[in-house]
Every structure is written in structure tokens, then in C-alpha cells.
Design a protein around this ligand. Structure first.
Ligand code: AMP
Ligand code: AMP
Length: 227
């Protein structure tokens, strides 16, 4: 009887582990980072449209970045787990639309995705394989329509300036979590809305409040350039 229940307990533990619940994570949360293409392109470095054509005037994915609660982050965690486009063949057309490369010279995206997987993705390989990693980011992006959150609050990509606190509240109200805004500067030195950070739990599936925010500063009024 007693031996029997011990065996049952062991079986349950094995099942729980196989379902992924006892995998040890080597990071605390993800930053899910989306980028305004107009603000990548109108800087000194400029940009090149992908070989597949000009991306939509919408936020694109930059990355899903494992982070620690103390603000530090791991990178390049497994040089043996190289990016393999064949593993995400079914996601490729969505990735071209939603995770567009803007680097020069023009590319098909594989270079950008390789960088993101190898620098950041490999550090979450204990929970997400390559397909799971890119799919998680695509699913997250569908859940939060940043552009719609902003435009319905009257904040439009029209080259005008908007207050950082209005931008934050518009996003907070729609998304339900506090965003972080990263700014960069256009060629005239104006501070502008570059990237929006949200935090995600270690499964890569659920938005959470950020355990720690990135560093950096925007002006109190920031430009939202067109694209
Ligand atoms: P990371 O290393 O993931 O923090 O991202 C920074 C690198 O990604 C820099 O080299 C950027 O120039 C590059 N980068 C950022 N956005 C894009 C983009 N949309 N397309 C291609 N490269 C990008
Ligand atoms: P500060 O202007 O740095 O004193 O920040 C005033 C408030 O705005 C604080 O609650 C900050 O956390 C917040 N804040 C400042 N910069 C940003 C930003 N780029 N994105 C989101 N919140 C910010």
C-alpha cells in the first residue's frame, strides 16, 4: 500500500516535470519590445526596406528578451543552437510582415532573426525552442495592438509631438500593464517614440507588470514620426 503510493507520487512528479513545469529557468522575465519603423528610419543611421517590400506603417517586433530582476540580462547562451530558418518555415510570411528587418543593405529578415535568436532566444531555450520562441512573440503582438491604443487616444504618427505621460496612459489603459518607452533622436535631434517595452512571464505567454524598467530618458514631449 505504502510502496504503491510512493510509486504513484513519483509518477506524478515525472509527469509534472515532463509537462515542463519543473524546468529551471535561467532568467526572470522577458521584455517584449516593439519598434516604430518611422523612428528607426529617420535617424542618422537611416534604414533599408526589406527585399519583400516596405513594411506596414505599424509597430514591428524587435525582440523577446530574457532578463533578470536586477536589470541585467543573459546573452548568447548557446553557440550550438544556431538559427535554422527551416524550423520556422510556417511562420516566415507572418515574420516578414510583423518582424521586418530595416537594416542596410536590404535583407530578407533572416539576418535580423538570426541575431535575435542567437543573442536572446538561446537564453530562453529551457522553455521555448526556436519555433516556440518566434511563435510566442507573434502571438503576443496579436494580443496588443499598440498603434490602435495610441490612435484611439488621438496620438497619431503624424510627425507631431505628444506628451510622454499621455502616451503611457493610452497604452496602460488598453494593454492593462505599465509600458516603458524608449526614445531615440531624429536627424535634427528631436526626441521621438522609438520602442515600447512590455513584460512577459517566463512562459513567454502572459503579460505581467515589469519587475524592473530599462534605463534611459525621453523628453516630456516626444515626436511620433510618420512612416
Ligand atoms: P539587440 O542586439 O537585440 O539589443 O538589438 C540591437 C541590434 O538590432 C542593433 O544592431 C540594431 O541595429 C538592430 N536592429 C534594431 N532594429 C532592427 C530592425 N528593425 N531591423 C534590423 N536590425 C535591427
Ligand atoms: P522622470 O522624468 O525620469 O522623473 O520619470 C517620471 C515618471 O515617468 C516615472 O514614473 C518614470 O518611471 C516614468 N518614466 C520616465 N521615463 C519613462 C519612459 N521612457 N517610459 C516610461 N515611463 C517613464
Amino acid at each position: 500500500m505504502k510502496a504503491n503510493s510512493t510509486v504513484t507520487l513519483i509518477k506524478i512528479l515525472v509527469l509534472v516535470c515532463l509537462s515542463g513545469l519543473c524546468v529551471s529557468q535561467d532568467f526572470d522575465f522577458f521584455y517584449f519590445v516593439q519598434q516604430w519603423p518611422g523612428s528607426y528610419c529617420d535617424t542618422k543611421q537611416s534604414c533599408c526596406y526589406p527585399t519583400t517590400g516596405k513594411p506596414a506603417a505599424d509597430f514591428g517586433i524587435h525582440g523577446l528578451w530574457p532578463n533578470y530582476r536586477d536589470g541585467k540580462y543573459p546573452q548568447n547562451c548557446d553557440s550550438k543552437n544556431l538559427f535554422d530558418p527551416d524550423k520556422i518555415a510556417d511562420l516566415r510570411s507572418s515574420m516578414q510582415k510583423k518582424w521586418p528587418t530595416l537594416a542596410c543593405p536590404s535583407g530578407n529578415g533572416v539576418g535580423f532573426w538570426t541575431h535575435e535568436w542567437e543573442k536572446h532566444g538561446t537564453c530562453s531555450e529551457s522553455v521555448l525552442d526556436q519555433h516556440g520562441y518566434f511563435q510566442a512573440a507573434l502571438v503576443l503582438q496579436k494580443q496588443v495592438n499598440l498603434l490602435q491604443a495610441l490612435t484611439s487616444a488621438g496620438i497619431n504618427p503624424d510627425g507631431r509631438s505628444y506628451s510622454l505621460s499621455n502616451i503611457k496612459s493610452a497604452l496602460q489603459e488598453t494593454v492593462g500593464f505599465t509600458p516603458w518607452i524608449e526614445c531615440n533622436t531624429d536627424t535634427s535631434g528631436n526626441s521621438q517614440l522609438y520602442q515600447i517595452y512590455l513584460c512577459v512571464d517566463t512562459t513567454g505567454k502572459n503579460l505581467i507588470e515589469c519587475p524592473v524598467f530599462p534605463k534611459g530618458k525621453c523628453g516630456s514631449q516626444i515626436e511620433f514620426p510618420s512612416f
